[in-house]
Design a protein around this ligand. Structure first.
Ligand code: UDP
Length: 313
């Protein structure tokens, strides 16, 4: 490809996998990250690779870059429900000010712009599965609103820059994604259940465990992202695995894979926790000839060594 691509949040879980793939495809990569939830360990192996550069910068502040750029890919944001309380204002800022700055940079450099949005824009959905045409059911003042509303704003400003400034934009809505490089304190369910099962601790199921999610292995997501970069399409595209599980089913699967017989410990459900979530991926299938290839058991197997290494750290 031989392009120069700036990735905000490129030291994070998804951003660093994206950096790996785009470097492998022959591009130059500049990662901008303030390491609030990203980690240098995720990109350490890239630091000596020619064509890779890391800049420690908070993208909610003005971004100044010397290099010419072909793409600005905006992946910076804390994204776990445990962050929504701890990092409420940084999340609101990076989705709003950060997106504005990243779009401004794309405009200045005459670069294309790629926004990582989220299934959280659908809130606690009343339509199932969720197609991109669904406007969502979001509580604008609840604890999840800091993430949901800033990403909704991010989509709105991205579409405005596309319409007003003719920036060549892409938007993806990422559904629950897991894999190596998730933070040890990430708090999201695959991370929590796997870590608990490996440590022989009780598995903390929130509510009665009947709520559902659909889990995508990170490599499938990265493939969808790369495919969308070469398609001329500006409206949002769902990227997720449509195979839906209850949290009780997930706990069972993880116990089977880890060969653990931990107890389930039921804890209170957090406010506005979506009851069901499953992507309608018809658009991605048609547009990108893409669908996830890695099912949950296989993806968990592929992640387990990483989660074991977290136990030892
Ligand atoms: N969950 C759980 N136990 C945990 C962490 C999460 O039962 O230790 C549940 C949570 O209530 C939610 C689902 O798992 O229904 C997915 O939560 P996660 O934090 O992974 O992300 P979300 O999809 O809510 O953004």
């Amino acid at each position: 490809m031989n392009q120069t691509i700036l990735i905000t949040g490129g030291a994070g879980f998804i951003g660093s996998h994206l950096a790996d793939r785009l470097i492998k495809d022959g591009n130059k990569i500049i990662v901008l990250d303030n390491l609030v939830t990203g980690r240098t360990a995720n990109i350490e192996h890239l630091l000596k690779v020619p064509g890779f550069k890391f800049v420690n910068h908070n993208v909610s502040e003005f971004i100044s870059i010397e290099e010419d750029l072909d793409w600005v890919m905006h992946f910076a944001s804390p994204a776990s429900p445990v962050d929504f309380k701890k990092l409420a204002i940084p999340i609101l800022k990076v989705g709003s000010l950060g997106t504005h700055n990243a779009l401004g940079l794309a405009r200045e450099k005459n670069a294309k712009f790629f926004l990582a949005s989220t299934s959280e824009v659908y809130g606690d959905p009343l339509v199932h599965p969720q197609p991109e045409s669904y406007f969502g059911n979001v509580n604008p003042i609840g604890p999840r609103a800091v993430y949901d509303e800033s990403k909704r704003f991010a989509e709105a400003i991205t579409m405005a820059y596309y319409r007003e400034h003719n920036i060549d934009t892409r938007i993806i809505r990422i559904f629950n994604t897991y894999g190596p490089r998730m933070r040890v304190d990430d708090g999201r369910v695959v991370c929590s259940f796997l870590s608990q099962a490996l440590a022989g601790k009780d598995i903390t199921v929130f509510g009665d465990g009947s709520q559902t999610r659909s889990f995508q292995y990170v490599d499938d997501l990265i493939e969808g992202i790369v495919r969308l970069m070469s398609v001329d399409f500006h409206e949002p595209v769902n990227l997720g695995n449509p195979h839906e599980f209850t949290m009780l089913e997930l706990a069972d699967k993880i116990q089977a894979i880890v060969s653990s017989s931990c107890q389930l410990k039921f804890e209170a459900l957090t406010e506005d926790d979506p009851k069901r979530r499953k992507p309608d991926i018809s658009r991605a299938k048609q547009l990108l000839d893409w669908q996830p290839k890695i099912e949950l058991e296989q993806g968990l197997e592929m992640s387990i060594d990483y989660f074991k290494s977290l136990q030892q750290a």
